[in-house]
Design a protein around this ligand. Structure first.
Ligand code: FES
Length: 337
């Protein structure tokens, strides 16, 4: 049976499907409740059961030991009736705990001539709470850090996905491409950054990525689909030539499956047989949207692209308040992202 859950004090409501935990239902409907391990151990998700009844079919309730009798372990609780729970919702990135965690390289897949996808697995008892579009830092043995955007959406957090481009002469990416093996243990600090989907807005969305700047946009788009965002979305992906579109089928599939989603790849050094858009990606956006005033714009890429685009988009009427960007500028070392 489905049940309704109301969250106090915000009054936000969502429903749970049969067998679904309160947390799963909340995440599916974009209600951001706090969580950490998702297996009943850490207590990050503890709230208060104001009314209604729950079961704990998993039996994973370690964090309830010593907690008040009306405590509700949101990540394990499966409603037995409609509920009212009291819990502090995650409303902004400040509410997300930045943690240093070990992680294992679960999978390395070469996606193109110079980009690989690395999938990281956290220890069994840990999950990372993050907003789609945020990034993590690898903490190297030297203490230096390397920043990479998280390419998956928070609902799909079994593994953390990164897209890593090999930068000629980049020490860390040389190491990743030449020496790093699956099963290696690395240390990360996450989640970081203020690049994430503003869910309260009702404005149509333009997303623009350069190279592996596609990664955080992938997370944002997948999150938007997951929570049922109905605002029109148009993704532009700018690269040099066709071989740099390292996941070419994915945005095509999004466009085929979601009527409100459009996709335009743009090549700056097009292959001779390329019949699609050519030139700089921000120029293509401006050609298609000469009045950008009504839009929210999310862009991610190297600083020169972001700087040129910011100016062009402002000239096209887009207020800086509606431009969200991830310009790889947060102290990232030369070979990061
Ligand atoms: S998220 Fe850790 S106990 Fe629920």
């Amino acid at each position: 049976m489905s049940f309704k859950v109301r969250v106090a004090p915000s009054g936000h409501q969502f429903s749970t499907e049969p067998g679904e935990t309160v947390l799963e239902g909340a995440l599916r409907q974009a209600v951001s409740l706090p969580y950490g391990c998702r297996n009943g151990r850490c207590g990050s998700c503890l709230g208060t059961l104001v009314s209604g009844a729950v079961d704990y079919p998993s039996g994973n309730t370690e964090a309830l030991e010593g907690a008040p009798a009306d405590a509700c372990l949101v990540c394990q609780a499966v409603p037995r009736s409609d509920l009212v729970i009291k819990v502090r919702e995650v409303e902004a990135i400040q509410d997300l705990e930045v943690r240093v965690l070990p992680c294992r390289v679960e999978r390395i897949e070469h996606l193109s001539h110079d980009v690989l996808r690395m999938s990281l697995k956290l220890p069994e008892s840990q999950r990372l709470q993050f907003l789609a579009g945020q990034y993590l830092d690898f903490i190297l043995a030297s203490g230096h850090k390397r920043a990479f955007s998280i390419a998956n959406a928070p609902h799909d957090d079994r593994l953390i996905e990164l897209h890593i481009r090999r930068v000629p002469g980049g020490e860390f990416t040389d190491y990743v491409f030449e020496q790093l093996k699956e099963k290696a243990i690395l240390r990360i600090e996450a989640p970081l950054g203020s690049f994430f989907l503003r869910e309260q807005s009702d404005r149509p969305i333009i997303l623009m990525g350069g190279g592996t700047g596609f990664a955080p946009l992938k997370g944002i788009v997948e999150h938007a689909f997951h929570i049922g965002v109905e605002r029109p979305m148009h993704l532009y992906w700018g690269v040099r030539s066709r071989r740099d579109l390292y996941l070419p089928d994915l945005p095509e599939r999004w466009a085929a499956e979601h009527p409100g989603f459009r996709y335009t790849p743009v090549l700056s050094e097009p292959d001779p047989d390329w019949t699609g858009r050519k030139g700089w990606v921000h120029d293509a956006v401006c050609e298609d949207y000469p009045d950008m005033g009504p839009f929210d714009l999310y862009m991610s890429g190297p600083p020169p692209m972001i700087i040129a685009a910011r100016e062009a988009f402002e000239r096209a009427g887009l207020s800086p308040a509606h431009m969200y960007y991830d310009s790889f500028e947060y102290g990232a070392a030369k070979d990061a992202k």
